[in-house]
Design a protein around this ligand. Structure first.
Ligand code: UD1
Ligand code: CA
Length: 446
């Protein structure tokens, strides 16, 4: 199976400089949803057809699906023309091609599998749906399970417009057959475009067969405007919350929790209200994410408690039973089993050993203005409140730092490091000083 994902269109109605496939839904670009659904078919090739904003779309694809191939459609001459741009990339490929749109994010993997199965009996399989309001959609002209042809709304007769079974845009066929038929598609129609939807009729003229399978309309929802994107986000979140509840995740106010497409949370994990998950977060069973926390690109192990008001950034790995408390930010750092960073800290580019306690206000000074440096703290260590760990620096197992220390040199195992000015007490000076200041103020008034 090869996927051909159409992503060249301008998306004028988004009213945006950003190419439509890169607008985010569930924390990831729209095109990531199409790639994720398609991934369920274990495609051996992926071809993405780019056009508007090609460079940005291609960069995102390289990131999301490194083995995908991008081909450019320099002029948007229609969906048939777009798919034909994949011909060269699929030269010699033996197998099916499935056409997907980058702006249709809700197609379920199961639906694609059903399309694939239907290919056993038919040369062309189109995905259709019963439209509540058929509007601009292409109409499927069916005779039983035979798909005679697809007629675009602009080209339809009043009788054809009355048909409510519509084209989702997805189409599967043998790749070589698809490309051969596409070369015969013309643009003599109301839009002057090369329609992919001409394939069923062309196939039948050659004695090949075409059929349609239907899915719920909600799956075929396309994104054309910001209003539709916002509605899609709401639908996505509702689905993801329901899925989480189904898998045994505890949430008191699921309507206030926001997930990303790939958020993974284990059974019996608890998520308090107002938590936001960015992409690439995994939370193990029995972990607890407390209110108003923000997580992205991180892993939280079983028994750990995060927040309230914590921020986990990419590369944060929180060990079993560890604690990350209020106003703590963790980035590219491993927090060992049972370690605690409970208050007002920044831990970045670091390793904190098992059972270590990091006091309030501790900061890993990881950035010198040009480069990032690592901080390594061993096991069972005690970092006093308001310690500045100036990286690169290592604090050994069971070592301590005195509160208020600026640690610029490595601390050996078991040592106590004091990195602050020595305290001096001046007896009675506070009172004398205050009296003098008050006298000065009184003198000025007089
Ligand atoms: C298309 C179908 C229509 C179907 C509808 C479902 C055709 C001729 N019509 O219409 O039957 O009901 O989708 O939403 O196929 N694209 C390109 N290059 C192009 C043209 C389009 O990459 O030259 C991409 C767009 O970016 C988009 C997708 O193909 O992701 C669909 O294009 P769009 O113009 O939205 O097609 P519709 O007119 O909506
Ligand atoms: Ca469309």
């Amino acid at each position: 199976m090869a996927l051909v994902i159409l992503a060249a269109g301008q998306g004028t109605r988004m009213n945006s400089d950003r190419p439509k496939p890169l607008h985010t839904l569930g924390g990831v670009p729209l095109i990531a949803h199409a790639l994720a659904a398609g991934a369920a078919l274990e495609p051996s090739r992926i071809v993405v057809v780019t056009g508007h904003g090609a460079e940005a779309v291609e960069a995102a694809v390289a990131d999301l699906a490194p083995f995908a191939n991008c081909v450019r459609q320099t002029e948007q001459l229609g969906t048939g023309h777009a798919v034909l741009q994949a011909a060269e990339a699929l030269e010699g490929f033996e197998g099916d091609a499935l056409v997907l749109y980058a702006d249709t994010p809700f197609i379920r993997a199961e639906t694609l599998t059903t399309m694939q199965a239907a290919r056993a009996a038919h040369d062309i399989v189109v995905l259709g749906f019963e439209a509540a309001d058929p509007g601009r959609y292409g109409r499927l002209i069916l005779q039983g399970d035979r798909l005679e042809r697809i007629v675009e709304a602009k080209d339809a007769t009043p009788g054809e417009l009355a048909v409510t079974t519509c084209n989702s845009g997805l189409l599967a066929a043998d790749a070589a057959t698809m490309m051969r038929l596409l070369r015969a598609v013309g643009n003599d129609n109301a839009s002057g475009e090369y329609y992919l939807t001409d394939l069923p009729a062309l196939a039948q003229a050659e004695g090949l067969s075409a059929t349609a399978i239907l899915c719920p309309e909600a799956e075929t929802l396309g994104i054309n405007s910001r209003a539709e994107l916002a509605a899609a986000e709401a639908a996505f979140q509702a689905m993801k919350r329901a899925e989480m509840i189904e898998t045994g995740v505890a949430m008191q106010a699921p309507e206030t929790v926001f997930f990303a497409l790939d958020t993974w949370v284990g059974r019996d994990a608890e998520i308090e209200p107002n938590v936001v998950f960015g992409p690439e977060v995994t939370v193990e069973s029995g972990a607890r994410i407390r209110a108003f926390s923000h997580l992205e690109g991180c892993h939280v192990s079983a028994g750990a408690v995060i927040g309230p008001y914590a921020r986990l950034r990419p590369g944060a790995k929180i060990g079993n039973d560890a604690r990350i408390g209020n106003f703590v930010e963790v980035k590219s750092a491993e927090i060992g089993e049972g370690a605690k960073v409970n208050h007002l800290s920044y831990i970045g580019d670091a390793e904190i050993g098992e059972g270590t306690n990091v006091g309030a206000g501790t900061v890993t000074c990881n950035y010198d203005g040009v480069m990032k440096h690592r901080t390594i703290v061993g096991r069972g260590a005690f970092i006093g409140s308001d310690t500045m760990l100036v990286a690169p620096v290592t604090v050994g197992d069971r070592a301590m730092t005195a509160s208020g220390s600026v640690i610029t040199e490595d601390v050996p195992e078991g040592a106590l490091a004091l990195g602050r000015a020595k305290q001096v007490n001046k007896p009675g000076l506070a009172v004398r000083l205050m009296e003098r200041l008050r006298a000065i103020k009184a003198g000025r008034k007089g």
